[in-house]
Design a protein around this ligand. Structure first.
Ligand code: HEM
Length: 468
C-alpha cells in the first residue's frame, strides 16, 4: 500500500516491491513506459524501499531548483554507500560535510586553472598524446575506447595529483578498469538485489567484485598520498591532494569533516566522475559524427574558417562557432551520459506537483525524459544540431538541456567537462577525418547501461585532413 497522496505507480509485490517491473539489465525503457502510464511523478518500490521517479522539465525544476533544499539529500543505505564506505562527496548527504567539501573542490579547481588559461593549456597538452595515438593509426582502424578514457583520466589526474600517467601505466590502467566495472555493477541487477534483499548482502554474490575493485583503487591512492606527504611543502600546494592536506593542517584537531580517509575517496570520486562521463560523451560523439558525415563536414568548415591562420584552438573560440557548439550540445543531449543522475533523497516531508513525499524517500531523476521531452525540442527523438540553433543560425541553449542535472547537487565538474569536450572535439576535427569503416556494418547506437551509458565498442578509420 502506498502512503496517502503518495505518487502513483505499479502494484507492489511483498518483499520484491516493483523490481519485476524493471529490466535489471537496462531499466531505462521501463522508466519511460511507467512515465507514460502514471505521469511525470510516479513511485516504484525497490524491494521494501519506496522511490519517486521525476520526469519532464516542470517537475524536475520544481524539485531540484524551486524546492532544492528538500530534494538535495542522498540515500545512505544503498549498495554504492557500502562500496564507498560513506566517504567522498558524490554520495554525501546534504549537510555541512558535503557543503564544505563541494566548496573546497570548486575553489581548488579554480585555483588550479579552471576558467583560466592554465587549464586550457593542460587540456591542449594532453590532446597531443591523443593526436599521436591517432597519427599512428592513419589509414587503419582504431578502437577509441581506451584512448578517450586515458585522455580524460590524465586531465583530471593533473589537477588531483599534478601528474599525467603514460597510457600503459599499470596503476592508472587498473584504476580505470576497476571503476568502469563498478559503474556497470552499481546500477545493475546485482546492486538492485543487494538493495532490495538485505539478507543477500553478506553472501558471496557477484556484487562483491565492486568492493574488491574499490579496495584496489583506495590502496593505490593511499600509496600516492603517502608519497606526496614525503615531498610536500606546507602552504605551497602542487595539486588537489596537497591543498587538502594543507586544509587538514589548517583545521587542526577539530578538523570537522575533513580527514585523510575522506581525501582518498574524494580523489577517487573526482577521478571517476571526471573520466567515465567525459570519455563516454566523446565516444558517443565520434560514433554519431562518423555516421552523420555531413554534420562532421559542416563542423570542419566552421573550424577552418574561425581558426584560419591559427595553429590551435582556444576555449574563447567557441563564441565564434555556433554550429560546433550546437553539435557538442546535441551530442550531450543524445548521449544522456548519466541517465538517472545520481540518486537523491528528500531531506524533509515535502510536496511535488501536489503529491506528498515523506522525508528520506529516494528520488530518481529520469534525465532522459527532459533531454527528449516533446514540446521542449524541435527534434526530440533524432540527432539534429538544429535543436540548438535559432532561425538566424545562432547557438541557443533550451532550458531542458540538463545533462549535468540542476540545483545545488548539479555536476561540480561542468565547467571542466565543457572545456574538455570543446577543445578535444575541435582539435581532433581540425586535423582528422573520422570514417565509419566499410566493413563495420550498420552502426548500433544503443548504449550499454550503467551509472554512465557507454556506446557498444566500435572502431573508427582515421584520415589526415591535409592529405585528402
Ligand atoms: C560530460 C561530462 C559530465 C556529465 C554528463 C556529468 C553529469 C553529472 C550528473 C548528472 C551529476 C549528478 C547531479 C545530481 O545529483 O543532481 C554529476 C555529479 C557530479 N559530478 Fe559530474 N558530469 C560530468 C563531468 C564531471 C567532471 C569532469 C567532474 C570532475 C571534476 C565531475 C564531478 C562531479 C561530482 C563531484 C558530482 C557530485 C556533485 C554533488 O553531489 O554535489 N563531473 N555529474
Amino acid at each position: 500500500q502506498r502512503p496517502k497522496n503518495f505518487p502513483p505507480g505499479p502494484p507492489i509485490l511483498p518483499v520484491l516491491g516493483n523490481i519485476l517491473n524493471l529490466s535489471l539489465e537496462n531499466p531505462l525503457k521501463d522508466f519511460d513506459r511507467l512515465n507514460r502510464l502514471y505521469g511525470n511523478v510516479y513511485s516504484i518500490y525497490i524491494g521494501p524501499k519506496p522511490a519517486v521517479v521525476i520526469n519532464g522539465l516542470k517537475a524536475m525544476k520544481e524539485a531540484m531548483v524551486i524546492k532544492a533544499a528538500d530534494f538535495s539529500g542522498r540515500p545512505q543505505d544503498l549498495f554504492v554507500n557500502d562500496v564507498t564506505k560513506r566517504k567522498g562527496v558524490i554520495l554525501a548527504d546534504y549537510g555541512s560535510s558535503w557543503r564544505e567539501h563541494r566548496r573546497f573542490a570548486l575553489m581548488t579547481l579554480r585555483n588550479f586553472g579552471l576558467g583560466k588559461k592554465s587549464m586550457e593549456d593542460r587540456i591542449t597538452a594532453e590532446i597531443q598524446y591523443t593526436i599521436k595515438t591517432l597519427e599512428s593509426s592513419i589509414g587503419k582502424t582504431v578502437s577509441p575506447q581506451v584512448m578517450f578514457h586515458n585522455a580524460a583520466s590524465n586531465i583530471i589526474c593533473q589537477v588531483l595529483f599534478g601528474t599525467r600517467f603514460e597510457y600503459d601505466d599499470d596503476m592508472i590502467k587498473v584504476i580505470v578498469q576497476c571503476f568502469t566495472e563498478n559503474s556497470k555493477i552499481a546500477n545493475g541487477a546485482w546492486a538492485m538485489i543487494y538493495d532490495s534483499l538485505p539478507i543477500s548482502r553478506n553472501l558471496p554474490l557477484p556484487f562483491r567484485k565492486a568492493f574488491k575493485n574499490a579496495e584496489i583503487c583506495e590502496n593505490h591512492v593511499f600509496r600516492l598520498v603517502n608519497e606526496f606527504k614525503k615531498t610536500r611543502v606546507p602552504g605551497e600546494p602542487r595539486h588537489f591532494v596537497d591543498c587538502y592536506l594543507d586544509e587538514l593542517e589548517k583545521r587542526g584537531d577539530d578538523a570537522s569533516s575533513f580527514s585523510e580517509e575522506q581525501l582518498i575517496t574524494y580523489s577517487l570520486d573526482l577521478h571517476f566522475a571526471g573520466t567515465d562521463t567525459t570519455s563516454n560523451t566523446l565516444l558517443t560523439g565520434f560514433l554519431y559524427l562518423m555516421n552523420y558525415p555531413h554534420v562532421q563536414e559542416r563542423c570542419q568548415l566552421e573550424i577552418d574558417q574561425v581558426l584560419e591562420g591559427k595553429d590551435r584552438v582556444t576555449y574563447e573560440d567557441r563564441n565564434n562557432m555556433p554550429y560546433v557548439q550546437a553539435v557538442i550540445h546535441e551530442i550531450q543531449r543524445i548521449a544522456n551520459t548519466v541517465p538517472l543522475s545520481v540518486f537523491h533523497c528528500t531531506t524533509k516531508d515535502t510536496e511535488l506537483m501536489g503529491y506528498s513525499i515523506p522525508k528520506g524517500t529516494m528520488i530518481i531523476q529520469n534525465l532522459n525524459s527532459v533531454l527528449r521531452e516533446e514540446g521542449q525540442w524541435k527534434f526530440p527523438h533524432e540527432f539534429n544540431p538544429e535543436n540548438f540553433l535559432n532561425e538566424q543560425g545562432e547557438f541557443v541553449k533550451p532550458e531542458a538541456f540538463m545533462p549535468f542535472s540542476a540545483g545545488p547537487r548539479m555536476c561540480l565538474g561542468e565547467g571542466l567537462a565543457r572545456m574538455e569536450l570543446f577543445l578535444i572535439m575541435v582539435t581532433l576535427l581540425k586535423k582528422f577525418k573520422f570514417i565509419w569503416p566499410e566493413d563495420a556494418g550498420e552502426p548500433d547506437f544503443t548504449p550499454v547501461y550503467g551509472v554512465t551509458l557507454t556506446p557498444k565498442p566500435y572502431h573508427m578509420k582515421v584520415q589526415l585532413r591535409s592529405e585528402q
